[in-house]
Ligand binder design. Structure first.
Ligand code: NAD
Ligand code: MG
Length: 392
């Protein structure tokens, strides 16, 4: 019997890498469910190649166009709309959920998978940033196995004993060291960044990724979101996490222990490596990826973050220290700001200005349910939209 995978966000960058790992291991996995939002042609290609049993198109407005293009021989089931993800996350034939939707849109389905005690491979970092406390409590209650896909968190996880359960305190931990490539503007001045175009921002030096995370990597908000993600996954406060710039993206992160030992995980910048690690865990899956040659690498570089040029990281650190609704506001305002920047409605450096202003403007709200999270998220998006309208 092979394991049934539900791949939410199959048409994205993580989706594509996941499909590649699944295709390489038909003895171990089959595609039970796939979802896409509106990339119909890509979805049709996936259906033809993988014959998933269940297909979800979350953007209902595309349903007619999709039905016209659907291959006649498709004999699986179809569903439309976001609520279909929640149902699929609970299906008994689903053993593993790969949460690869981008942004807050992935929160409810990821939480549903955790609530059903599934094995959840977590790429969708925004879901954890928004609902981290609730998600970790629920995972423990339901016995859901959470496995990090983000390369840095997957690296840290690989440095821990196999018996380590995500969310629990790490025995003998001194600190976590989160590496950061520095993004495409690492050596730019703040003045130059003010003029940066979307095209320049999405051109990441080492990784090929979706647009949103690429812009986040350019502002370093991605590292800020990852810092918050790490606090939940590894049961630490932000004070136990150091961020270090490492332009080569070869050392994916490190764990430092109280005895002075530092453990690291290295590899080519290829997301199939952490994806295969999480899908196969605790076994190792054979993978045809570029191998590292240590002699060719020769030199690896590490440097401190330039906080003046990249204020996003400090904003995220503060949001993490303040806790409660702050990470939700940070994430929502950032999502709106990134979309506005991609549409050239605001400038690159205005992304973090907008996030900072939203955090200052919004009064604290208590968070005790996913509905509370969603309501702060909606309100923050509204305030961020207003900010943009006032600037325009
Ligand atoms: P992407 O933009 O390439 O793909 C996003 C996927 O989500 C697509 O399948 C799309 O159809 C779906 N989607 C978009 N909006 C949706 C909505 N409103 N409702 C339902 N589905 C929707 O993004 P990506 O780069 O693959 O990133 C996915 C997630 O993984 C993000 O949270 C990102 O931070 C994280 N991640 C990505 C990488 C990477 O290398 N790409 C690395 C680490 C973490
Ligand atoms: Mg990462």
């Amino acid at each position: 019997m092979t394991e049934g995978v539900a791949l939410f966000g199959a048409t994205g960058s993580i989706g594509e890498s996941t499909l590649s790992v699944i295709a390489a291991h038909p003895e171990r996995f089959h595609l039970e469910v796939v979802s896409a939002h509106r990339s119909i042609n890509k979805l049709i290609g996936i259906i033809e190649r993988f014959e998933p049993k269940h297909v979800i198109l979350t953007d209902q407005s595309k349903a007619d166009e999709f039905m016209e293009k659907l291959p006649k021989h498709f004999n699986g089931s179809l569903a439309f709309g976001e609520h279909s993800l929640t149902e699929a996350a609970s299906a008994t034939d689903v053993d593993v959920v790969m949460a690869a939707i981008v942004g807050g849109a992935g929160l409810v389905s990821t939480y549903a998978a955790v609530s059903k005690g599934k094995r959840v491979c977590l790429a969708n970092k925004e879901a954890l940033v928004m609902g981290g406390d609730l998600m970790m409590t629920e995972a423990q209650k339901q016995g859901a196995l959470l496995l990090p896909i983000d390369s840095e968190h997957n690296a840290m996880f690989q440095c821990l004993p196999e018996s380590y359960v995500v969310g629990q305190p790490i025995a003998g931990l001194k600190q976590l060291v989160l590496t950061c490539s520095g993004g495409p503007f690492r050596e730019w001045t703040p003045e130059a960044m003010r003029q940066a175009t979307p095209e320049q921002a999405v051109a990441h030096p080492n990784w090929s990724m979706g647009q949103k995370i690429s812009v986040d990597s350019a502002t370093l908000m991605n590292k800020g979101l990852e810092l918050i993600e790490a606090t939940y996954l590894f049961g630490v406060s932000e004070q136990s996490i150091e961020v270090v710039i490492h332009p080569e993206s070869t050392v994916h992160s490190l764990v430092e222990f109280v005895d002075g030992s530092m453990l690291a995980q290295l590899g080519s910048p290829d997301m199939r490596i952490p994806i295969a690690h999480a899908l196969g865990f605790p076994e190792r899956l054979d993978l045809n990826v570029e191998r590292l040659s240590l002699t060719k690498l020769a030199n690896l570089h590490f440097e401190a973050v330039n906080h003046e040029a990249f204020p996003a990281l400090a904003l995220a650190r503060q949001a993490s220290a303040d806790g409660g609704d702050r990470p939700i506001i940070l994430n929502a305002a950032n999502e709106i700001a990134v979309q506005a920047f991609l549409k050239e409605r605001i400038g690159f450096t205005e992304i973090t200005e907008l996030v900072s202003d939203c955090l200052n403007q919004i009064d604290r709200q208590p968070i005790s349910s996913i509905d509370d999270v969603l309501s702060v998220d909606t309100m923050s998006r509204h305030i961020a939209d207003q900010w943009i309208l006032e600037r325009a």
